[in-house]
Design a protein around this ligand. Structure first.
Ligand SMILES: C[S@@+](CC[C@H](N)C(=O)[O-])C[C@H]1O[C@@H](n2cnc3c(N)ncnc32)[C@H](O)[C@@H]1O
Length: 256
């Protein structure tokens, strides 16, 4: 794997220009980030069979938006968000009361063995080189309890800031079993098709026959126009980003 490394200063720039009013890449209100986070929560609940988690670690927590969402949706007692950019952690700390935030740079994980029931590595592993990746997985395994869960989300592919599915499954196969996988872009496509169906039904209802008239009608109806805008965003995301979410459980016979 030939990865171009994303520099620490690239992230630093992002967080320095973030006044704390919006999410980690000023994307908080964007549909794609919401879908990404909500899909992860729903999938964790689904594929763990509603398992009760007590402790979690969110690696690459940025400004803590997802870290806090975990608290809101799973009945968890202790959670920590880790990131190598201090500015994001400070924003998370100011914005959310429950998670602890601390500085850590993968592949190192300066936390105790067997401490977490749930480890999240969402949109972070593809920043690592091959050597760092192997070291990071070893550390993730070390801090995860037996039968604890690890959730990984990545942008799928072979380019920089991407990982392919074969690689992910290969990295985890020795010590983890795959409990579930979700292709987020497929979900987005389904949403899009459902919404297109709604638009067509509206069109029929108001007897609007041509696409041109439909556009005027949509433009004049602000509510529907907004809805259409969201649909377009979904579609753009569908075309541009293929995301995979993988849910693993640590095998019970694994030591370390
Ligand atoms: C794309 S954001 C993902 C944020 C969040 N996990 C989510 O899915 O919404 C990636 C985050 O990973 C952090 N990151 C990148 N490389 C890292 C490393 N080697 N160690 C720790 N954090 C890292 C970045 O600072 C950034 O906050």
């Amino acid at each position: 794997m030939n990865k171009s490394t994303i520099s620490k200063s690239w992230f630093e720039k992002k967080y320095k220009s973030n006044d704390g009013s919006v999410g980690y890449l000023r994307l908080r209100n964007e549909a794609l980030t919401r879908v990404h986070h909500n899909t992860a929560i729903e999938s964790i609940i689904k594929y763990s069979g509603g398992k009760k988690f007590n402790t979690f670690v969110d690696i690459g927590s940025a400004c803590g938006d997802f870290t806090d969402l975990i608290y809101q949706n799973l009945d968890i007692e202790i959670g920590i968000g880790l990131d190598f950019i201090r500015d994001g952690l400070v924003i998370g700390d100011q914005r959310y009361t429950r998670p602890f935030f601390a500085e850590a740079k993968l592949p190192d994980l300066p936390i105790k063995n067997d401490i977490a029931d749930l480890v999240l590595a969402m949109e972070v592993l593809y920043y690592l080189s091959e050597v760092e990746l192997n070291q990071a997985i070893k550390n993730i395994c070390r801090v995860t309890n037996v039968e604890g869960y690890v959730v990984v989300s990545v942008t799928l592919g072979n380019g920089s800031r991407q990982l392919n599915e074969e690689k992910i499954l290969d990295l985890f196969k020795e010590k983890f079993r795959l409990k579930g996988k979700v292709y987020e872009h497929s979900l987005l496509q389904q949403i899009f098709h459902k919404n297109i169906g709604r638009i067509l039904r509206y069109t029929k209802k108001f007897n609007i026959v041509s696409l041109r008239n439909t556009c005027f009608w949509l433009r004049d109806n602000i509510k529907i126009a907004k809805f259409n805008y969201v649909v377009a965003k979904y579609l753009l995301g569908t075309i541009a980003i293929k995301k995979g979410l993988y849910i693993f459980e640590k095998k019970s016979n694994v030591i370390g």
